[in-house]
Unconditional design. Structure first.
Length: 64
């Protein structure tokens, strides 16, 4: 039986919430989801949600 390979030290270090938020806003992220309200297996309301989270500087053209 072989022993597991240890993960590199860079992958084990904790990431602060501020650093994670900075990375997400720099590149942008799309969050999507669907919601269906039904009674007795009859779909009454279907809502599709999609939002883009990004910083203003990430969305501006690089020509400026």
């Amino acid at each position: 039986m072989t022993s597991p390979v240890p993960a590199p030290a860079a992958l084990e270090r904790p990431v602060a919430l501020v650093d994670l938020l900075d990375r997400v806003l720099a590149g942008g992220v799309v969050v999507s989801g669907e919601l269906t309200l039904s009674i007795a297996d009859v779909d009454l309301v279907h809502i599709s949600l999609r939002t883009l989270l990004s910083s203003v500087t990430a969305l501006r053209p690089h020509d400026e």
